[in-house]
Every structure is written in C-alpha cells, then in structure tokens.
Design a protein around this ligand. Structure first.
Ligand code: 5AD
Ligand code: SF4
Length: 471
C-alpha cells in the first residue's frame, strides 16, 4: 500500500511538541509518513494552543490557508483530511467546524490515541469529533516510537510524566483544556526513558503542566514525588542530563531540593514561573503563594547549590494591576536575577474567572510595562550569558551546526554553544572553554583531551562535573 503523507504543525508549549511526536508514532502504524509540505499531504494536523488569544487565533488564519490547499488537492482528485488537535480543539469543540467547515476531525489532547478511528469515521461520515476526557489513559494505548524515529529526533527528548492542573490560576485555561492533574506510573516512565536511551537519547526533559506536583505510583507501591523519580532515572545507563518543566512554587518538596544537591545529572536550571511580584495580584490570580514564598523557594534551591539558575514566566497587565504592583514585579526580578524569562501581556480567556474581572489595564499601559520588564530581563540574560566568557563549561553536543565544521550543543543552562569539531562528539558531554558570545550563542573550544571516540549516540558519555558559571 502506498504510504499516506502526514503534515503536522504544533503551536504553543513543549507538551504539544511531545504530543505531536506521539501522534506521528500512532499514525505510523496506519501507514502514514511525515511530509514537510502541506501541498502533498493526505492529512494535515494542527496541534493548537489556547493559552492566549493570539495563539488560539492563529489556528483560524492557518485554516484559511489550508482551505486553498484542500481545494487544490480535490481538483487533483485527492482527499486532504484536516484535523484540529490540542487545546483549541478541547476548548472550542464543534465551534471550530462551524467557523471553519474545512475541518474534518476535531480531537482533544486526551483523545489523540483515537486518531485512527476518528479518521476512519471522518472518511465514512464526513466529520468526526472527540473532546471527551476518556476514562482510559491515552499513554497506555500509544505505540512507542520506532528506533529510527528516536534517532532522527536527536539526543534530547521530552517525556510527559504528568498532565493537567488542579491549581486554577484565575487567568489560565489549562485546567479546562488539559483536565485534572494525573501522574503517570513510574514503571511506564522508566520504560519510555530506557527505550529512548537505548537509541541514543542522552538528555530527558520531564514535562507536565505542574511537573513538580508529580505523584505517580512507584514500583514499591508507594507514591513517588519528582525528586524520587529523578533519582531513579539518573541511574538509567546513557542518561546524562535530566531536566523538568514547568514547576509551581508551592509544590517544591525536600526530595526535589535533595535531587539538585546530590545528582549531577539533574541540571541546575529551574523554570519556576511566578507571574507577578505583587501579593495583591498574586492573590487575585489565585496563585496560592506570596512573593516572599517565592523568594524562599528560590533560596531553598540556592542553599544546596549556588550554581542553580532560574527562569520564569510573567504576566503584565492582569486586571487591576497598578504601577505599584508592577514595580513590585520589577523589584522581584531585580532581586532574584534570572538567566532568562518569558513575559506576556494578560489575555482574557473565555471561561476563566479573570475574564469576568473589571479594571482592565489599558493596551498602552500593558505595552509599556511589557517593554520595561523585557528590558530588565534582557539585561539579566545578557549579563548571565556574558559571565560564561572565559569559563569552562560542560556542553552536551547535539548536532552539526549551520556553519561547516561546527558542532552545536547546549550548556547546563540551555545556552547554545558552538565549537569546531567532528561529528563524533555528538551525544557527548565535554568541557568547552568559552571565548565569546554572539547574540545568544556561546562560541568556544573543546578543553582537554577527547574521550575515546565512539560512533555518535551509541555509547553513554561521561557526565563530567559541571563547571561553575558566575551568574
Ligand atoms: N494571558 C497571558 N499569559 C498567560 N499565561 C497563561 N495564561 C495567560 C493569559 N490568560 C502565561 C503564564 C504561564 C505561561 C505558560 O503562559 O505566564 O506561565
Ligand atoms: Fe495554569 Fe496556574 Fe495550572 Fe500553571 S499552575 S497550568 S498557570 S492554572
């Protein structure tokens, strides 16, 4: 049978990137192969994001373009199926088909293991929609990726360990689109990580909407937290780096702090969103922590290692935010000192409590606050990057860079680092002497002798000790 072609486009967070890969793995079993072009695709999936208005509107402009491609395919006598997956699918359901009749399948983030059946239904009945939260766990039904797929995806991989959120921050759609917090059992995660490691993956980022709220069933029948899980995964041969994202400041337990203290594979870079530095706004956001709680959380990490750097998310212009509240955010940023951060203008999301709040901050004020915050964060980020110059840092090499002869990898802090070297270093952690900085990228030279060369990605590398960077 001729393979059918699948084009998938993901928007939004890391979870969507991971989900898109799992959809590809699921559809591979149905004879689908990926294509980079929309025009020759038999199936186009838009894996959508609902977090802010801009993100969710993108899907409709893309659907407008897809209508043209679908008509063109029909003129050639081909059927092009169009599926909308992800959080817009969950939030808007049938409304998507009403607004964009070009869509054949709508599938929510908890149901994409049913894609083959939904496609069959769409071919038969013209349309198929599934946005229920099924009782079964989709992960139990998703086929694992094939070895060649794992290799093609590179040496760093995401693994979902937890999904959904019970925190109900008043601005956020996630509890509605992704549902209640569910943790996957440890044994399943270990199987996934071992398979990835066996086929060349060296770095795992454990992902979840509230990843440090992880409370999965351990092999001993007890509930394991993220710290315990990290300790276990660090023992898997081949895994040299572990990361996790995104964390909530309230769910930091001692096991996580100890994991940072004891396990070299746990990277000293923590994404810990705070959203605002004003207690009044944090309370209106229902964050369930104060700015001081957040400062204390950061201190707990720093108490076990001064090397730990932080990134965060911020929202400016939440309803009722005054200049004084905003000043408190700037003060917090100044005090913590970030290696980087994402900042967003508040966007009211239908169905969330904040969407009904009055006292909207004007668009001009939001723009102005965003610019001021970003300027402060940029200056912290560039100071952090500059501090690497002249130091020796460990880099996990990922792939050949655009410039011939250069290989690019990442430091512990996810900074891209380039060296001139052979491709045999891909998959290894090696010390690099940093000479200069070009925009966000570090340039340097391999420091010290190369370890015995092995074909890339076939042998676990030594995780040499992370060299302290002055942050
Ligand atoms: N408006 C603006 N930013 C938002 N985020 C979540 N919801 C909204 C919203 N309604 C931001 C938060 C969150 C990040 C993923 O997106 O900062 O941490
Ligand atoms: Fe959204 Fe808050 Fe849950 Fe994060 S913790 S996913 S911001 S509701």
């Amino acid at each position: 049978m001729k393979p059918r072609k699948l084009h998938i486009k993901s928007y939004g967070c890391q979870m969507n990137v991971y989900d898109a890969q799992r959809m590809v793995d699921t559809l591979a079993g149905e004879g689908f192969v990926e294509t980079a072009s929309v025009d020759d695709a038999d199936l186009v999936i838009l894996n959508t994001c609902h977090i802010r208005e801009k993100a969710s509107e993108k899907v409709y402009s893309e659907l407008g373009r897809l209508r043209v491609a679908k008509d063109e395919a029909a003129r050639e006598g081909r059927r092009m199926n169009i599926a909308v997956a992800g959080c817009v699918a969950q939030a808007e359901g049938r409304e998507i088909i009403n607004r964009a009749p070009v869509v054949d399948v709508v599938v929510g983030p908890q149901s994409y293991h049913h894609l083959p059946q939904l496609l069959a239904r769409a071919e038969k009945d013209g349309r198929a929609l599934e946005t229920e939260f099924p009782t079964e766990d989709k992960f139990a039904f998703l086929p694992p990726p094939k070895p060649d797929k794992i290799r093609a995806r590179g040496i760093s991989s995401f693994v979902t360990i937890q999904e959904g959120c019970d925190k109900f921050c008043t601005f956020c759609v996630v509890p509605y689109t992704r549902g209640a917090e569910v943790s996957r059992p440890v044994a399943k995660i270990v199987d996934d990580v071992k398979r990835l490691a066996d086929h060349g993956v060296r770095e795992i980022t454990l992902i979840g909407q509230n990843v440090n709220g992880y409370h999965g069933e351990g092999p001993d029948g007890r509930t394991w937290s993220l710290g315990t899980l990290l300790r276990y995964l660090a023992e898997i041969p081949g895994i040299v780096r572990l990361r996790y994202s995104t964390s909530h400041p309230r769910d930091i337990d001692e096991a996580l702090i100890e994991a940072h203290r004891d396990i070299p594979a746990v990277m000293p870079f923590v994404h810990l969103p705070v959203q605002s530095g004003s207690d009044r706004i944090l309370s209106a956001m229902n964050r369930k922590h104060t700015a001081d709680d957040y400062r204390r959380a950061v201190d707990r990490f720093r108490a076990v290692s001064q090397d730990i750097a932080f990134s965060s998310d911020f929202i400016v212009g939440f309803p009722g935010e005054t200049e004084e509240d905003f000043q408190a955010t700037l003060a917090l940023v100044t005090q913590i000192g970030y290696a980087g951060a994402y900042s967003f203008k508040y966007s009211p999301r239908p169905g969330t409590p904040a969407a009904d709040m009055q006292e909207m901050v004007s668009a001009d004020e939001m723009d102005e606050r965003l610019a001021r915050l970003q300027e402060l964060i940029d200056s912290q980020q560039s100071a952090f990057n500059k501090a690497a110059i002249g130091t020796t840092v460990d880099v996990l090499f990922e792939r050949a860079a655009r410039n011939p002869g250069q290989i690019v990898g990442r430091t512990a802090y996810l900074q891209p680092a380039h060296v001139m070297a052979g491709e045999s270093i891909i998959g290894q952690v090696l010390p690099v002497r940093i000479d200069s900085l070009e925009r966000y990228s570090l340039l340097g030279e391999l420091a010290g002798p190369l370890p015995t060369l092995a074909p890339s990605g076939t042998q676990p590398s030594i995780n040499s000790s992370e060299t302290r960077m002055g942050a």
